[in-house]
Design a protein around this ligand. Structure first.
Ligand code: NAD
Ligand SMILES: NCCCC=O
Length: 357
């Protein structure tokens, strides 16, 4: 599936690149007839793309494809934990005729390869996806040179399940939203807010489907080696607990109940993060209200986690700023230049000619 997503993303940005010429010289309407103005969109130059270990090829593609489409020269620094697919991508780019030097892969540790790249004076922009701690370090070093950055950081995303839903569907989206790819997704909806009346039925249904409720949290007995954790569901959580507030980046779902829509929204937004948020309800007006009220960059209605390269991806608050994907992802790598021309034959008239003095 990732390979298809990668190819789809390159094709999408190839189309946007072809459309860029037609968007050049877009006129700007001015209040003075003696001037005319238009806008050029230009490549930012040399961009550093620093990416995480989860979805290593896809998340690199979300940056490489729009950066190349915008005409940038890119240096991709993949995670030291998962670099191989990005090296393969470079081979494919060479095979299809990308000129040498346009896409460069720099492997290595964050401190030894990522940090010098991010602070290099010849790098015009840093586009980063990863943890908040690293993002904050990169912002601090980029600030020394007033270098633009875009940040795709972590999250602790909520999913609100209202009482009017089909329980089976809600249970499936809730489990998928948190446990898909072991919860190692930035946007995992790992805080479940469920209407109180539904809670017992929800748990009973999940139990009858074989889920382990209020348990997990251990290494699976049959896996002695490696970094494995049982799918874990935790209830009786308070909003001040670390497990409710901090990103786990693993298969852990916290559950809290609410008694009305306002309380659900307040609990959902009670986080430093603002990446994803989901609402499950059969009431379309309620879905609209809640979608507007969520303080996040992405909202899913009656689902969780679907991702399309045409739609903007990114967060607010400590989940970052700037957007990957869609036309917004291309704008990440373009600068906007105004060209304003004086078109009158008359002198500007700042200095009076001697004859008129
Ligand atoms: N918002 C999103 O779209 C998105 C997507 C995927 C992952 N994430 C987040 O990424 C995190 C998991 O990824 P991770 O563990 O690889 O993150 P990480 O911050 O540890 O590493 C990300 C990248 O930064 C590099 N790096 C580390 N220190 C650096 C430094 N001082 N200067 C420059 N580069 C440095 C690493 O080598 C790696 O390439 C989670 O918090 C997750 O939520 C966010
Ligand atoms: N579906 C891809 C999500 C990437 C975030 O970690």
């Amino acid at each position: 599936m990732t390979k298809d997503d990668v190819a789809g993303c390159f094709e999408y940005y190839a189309d946007l690149a072809e459309g860029l010429d037609a968007k050049q010289k877009a006129p700007v309407s001015l209040p003075m007839e003696t001037f005319k103005s238009y806008v050029l969109k230009e490549s930012l130059g040399v961009v550093a793309l620093i990416t995480p270990w989860n979805y290593p090829l896809l998340l690199a593609t979300w940056k490489v494809a729009p950066a190349l489409a915008a005409g940038c020269t890119a240096i991709l620094k993949p995670s030291e934990l998962a670099s191989v697919t990005c090296l393969e991508l470079a081979d494919v780019c060479r095979e299809v005729g990308l000129p040498p030097g346009v896409l460069n892969i720099l492997t290595g540790l964050g401190t030894e390869a990522g940090a010098p790249l991010a602070s290099h004076p010849h790098v015009d922009k840093v586009a980063f996806t990863g943890s908040n701690a690293t993002g904050s370090r990169i912002m601090a070093s980029a600030a020394q040179m007033v270098k633009p950055v875009s940040m795709e950081l972590g999250g602790k995303s909520p999913i609100i399940v209202f009482e009017d839903v089909d329980l089976d569907k809600a249970a499936e989206w809730t489990l998928f939203g948190c446990f898909w790819t072991n919860g190692q997704i930035c946007s995992a909806t790992s805080r479940l807010l469920v209407h109180y009346d539904k809670t017992l039925k929800f748990i009973a249904t999940a139990k009858s489907e074989g889920a382990t409720i209020l348990s997990g949290g251990n290494r699976p007995k049959h896996l002695n080696k490696g970094f494995f954790v049982e799918p874990t569901i935790i209830t009786d959580v308070t909003t001040s607990m670390q497990i409710w507030r901090e990103e786990v980046f693993g298969p852990v779902l916290c559950v809290k109940t609410f008694s009305n829509e306002d309380e659900a929204i307040e609990l959902a937004n009670d986080t430093h993060y603002g990446l994803g948020a989901a609402v499950i309800s059969n009431d379309p007006e309620r879905c609209d209200r809640v979608a507007k009220a969520f303080r996040s960059g992405i909202v899913w209605v009656n689902c969780s986690q679907p991702c399309f390269c045409q739609a903007p991806w990114g967060g607010i608050k400590r989940s970052g700023f700037g957007r990957d994907l869609g036309e917004w992802g291309l704008e990440n790598y373009l600068s906007v230049k105004q060209v304003t021309q004086y078109i009158s034959d008359e002198p500007w008239g700042w200095y009076q000619p001697p004859s008129k003095l």
